[in-house]
Design a protein around this ligand. Structure first.
Ligand SMILES: Nc1nc2c(ncn2[C@@H]2O[C@H](COP(=O)(O)OP(=O)(O)OP(=O)(O)O)[C@@H](O)[C@H]2O)c(=O)[nH]1
Ligand SMILES: [Mg+2]
Length: 307
């Protein structure tokens, strides 16, 4: 995997007395910049990003380890009112993450403030510390940022408020230290050189899904899921077969496009991203499969990794 930082803590070395470790959930409304924030704080691209809502569907683990301790970040789907079973699974991923968390980072887009009713989900966890992260500071003036802050203080009681730009990595520097201040002492959960708990093939399917968001319009990215069916590593190339599952047969033609041009473009763009991520040459074979209403089918959802 590319870009894994060398751990500063050799495996097997004894831990300092005050070594800290814990889980930090990154939560917020769709499109607030949660995944951009995860990538910014880890300094590497782990979670996929798009200008469209509902990009993240799973709980994505990103691990920061240094000599002070280990922070396990949990990027989560944007909080929404479920309209189909896939949405329910996404909201379960948020709930599990917040439940497991020692600290919640609530990422806020000042142009999309939640109503009090939209923060009800947090009530059962109100005793957990929460940092309000006012994001996209590069786009808003002081007045709007202050308004967002006051609005949120009326609804929740943040332990701290930070103004950041995840896009420009502004306001992120001292955060790791402040997070460590809130975490309990304890041993690491993962080996210190591990960046995530997901296998490489999971990230490959996510990178293809990211390109679906980039290249297709309207409901198409929301109607698809991607499964890597073979991942075989040879000396100087990785051969990957991936299926794109669509919700209705009419979507298959849109995905493939006239003369296969759309699917070809999807393959080229995805391969480029996957090669950067895996730091190796990739042969990518994509095919499209119709599974009627998979988003509402418990069996399909489970087999596609939506727990
Ligand atoms: N201007 C600006 N844009 C940002 C910033 N952070 C994120 N964005 C943009 O906001 C959009 C959504 O970013 P994501 O990181 O995918 O947001 P998310 O909260 O993970 O979205 P979901 O997974 O759909 O819930 C993208 O177009 C990002 O480039 C920021 O600090 N400034
Ligand atoms: Mg996201």
């Amino acid at each position: 995997m590319a870009d894994i930082p060398e751990s500063k803590l050799p495996i097997g070395s004894s831990l300092p007395d005050n070594y800290k470790s814990g889980f930090v959930a990154i939560a917020g409304k769709p499109n607030a910049g949660k995944s951009t924030f995860l990538n910014a704080i880890l300094g590497t691209k782990l979670s996929i990003i798009s200008p469209k809502v509902q990009t993240t569907r799973h709980r994505i683990t990103g691990i920061h380890s240094d000599e002070k301790g280990q922070i396990v970040f949990l990027d989560t789907p944007g909080i929404l009112e479920p309209r189909y079973k896939l949405h329910e699974k996404m909201m379960q991923a948020v709930k599990r993450s917040v439940e497991d968390a020692d600290l919640v980072l609530f990422i806020l887009d000042p142009a999309d403030l939640p109503e009090a009713s939209e923060m009800e989900w947090y009530k059962p966890y109100a005793r957990k510390p929460l940092f309000l992260m006012i994001n996209k500071s590069d786009r808003f003036g002081e007045g709007q940022i202050e308004h967002a802050k006051q609005h949120m203080i009326e609804i929740i009681k943040p332990a701290k408020t930070h103004v950041i730009s995840a896009l420009n990595s502004d306001g992120i520097d001292q955060l790791v230290d402040e997070i460590f201040d809130t975490l309990p002492q304890g041993p690491p959960f993962y080996p210190p050189d591990q960046l995530s708990e997901h296998p490489e093939r999971f990230f490959v399917s996510e990178l293809i899904r990211e390109q679906l968001f980039n290249l297709y319009r309207a409901e198409i990215p929301y109607s698809c899921t991607v499964n890597v069916v073979t991942f075989s590593e040879e000396e100087d190339i990785i051969k990957i077969d991936a299926e794109i599952v669509v919700n209705r047969s009419s979507q298959k033609g849109i995905l493939i496009g006239k003369g296969g041009t759309a699917l070809k473009k999807l393959g080229t763009e995805s391969r480029r991203e996957i090669e950067t991520f895996l730091d190796k040459k990739v042969f990518l074979n994509l095919f499209v499969k119709v599974r009627e209403k998979w988003r509402d089918n418990e069996t399909f959802l489970r087999s596609y990794g939506y727990q």
